[in-house]
Ligand binder design. Sequence first.
Ligand code: NDP
Length: 330
Amino acid sequence: MTTNNQNAVTVTVTGAGGQIGYSLLFRIAKGEVFGDSVVNLRLLETEQGVQAARGVALELADCAFPLLGEVTITTEIDEGVKDANAVFLVGAKPRQKGEERADLLAANGKIFGPQGKAIAEHAAEDVRVIVVGNPANTNAAIVAAHAEGLDPRRVTALTRLDHNRGLAQVADKLGVAVRDLKNMTVWGNHSASQFPDIAELTLNGEKVADKLDEAWVNDEFIPRVAKRGAEIIEVRGRSSAASAASAALDHMRDWVNGTAEGDWVSVALPSDGSYGIPEGLVFSFPCRSVNGEWEIVQGLEISPAQQERIDANIKELQEEKAAVVEAGLL
Ligand code: NDP
């Protein structure tokens, strides 16, 4: 990563006073993403959330992290993304009771449009953006559309949590270690329609699809991964935060440093038309990070059953896009 200071990186986290921010910031400051670079943090919050972000900054100071540089706390978007090499867009408006998806999309569009514009104008040229706040794929599409002059491939959305959840479920089912599994794929939208796909998944280099009962894959595995967030809320009493933060870190670390040899990960990014996904749709693909850029893994065979699930995701994302276009946000 190019640095804007000698051996220093600037990292922006929005929603820094929230749950995910609370898990994310300490690990970034510890050096888990950017190695031994000094990390300057920009904590962007709303008026409502800024006090909590100030509290987090006090705790960051108390950790005495050797790699932590300046910490800036702000409610001003331009200041929040200034010179940023990496931006974690976590803050989003949660869905309220009785609210339609179109309302949620429109409310979040108003947050992410100005953030996209500010990133294009004020962030570092090599900025890498990950959207965590939901609906993450469409929020990322809004960021990319408003970030004039920024290569859209620098704007991504998080499906790594779904990817990691899929690995954990298969490891548990087969009684093996997660580290021995490779080539999981999550296709599509970070929503209940997502397609966690084990067709290419390997255990110590051998495909596992024929070791797994098809009924288990279709009736238990796929819905469980897709609805894992609800399961966590039911058991924990609050939404998952540490696992979401951990996945966002995995995503940024691999983007910066490269994916593990022989493996790939799931990343939602603007489609280049691969696998027939309409260009520009922010869609989760199997990706490798090569020389600091995401590359979509090419040449995988797609069966009619896989295609059906992929098509359902295309349809849902096109509907989300239509809702934000109608709201004048795209
Ligand atoms: P969280 O930190 O728990 O979640 C933030 C966002 O991440 C939500 O959109 C949430 O979606 C999403 N998310 C993605 N994956 C997951 C997952 N696995 N589990 C849970 N959430 C996930 O929310 P908080 O309410 O604790 O904090 C949000 C903060 O953002 C507040 O401090 C608020 O002030 C701030 N904010 C900042 C903005 C800004 O900087 N401009 C704008 C809006 C809010 P979901 O809602 O579906 O759970």
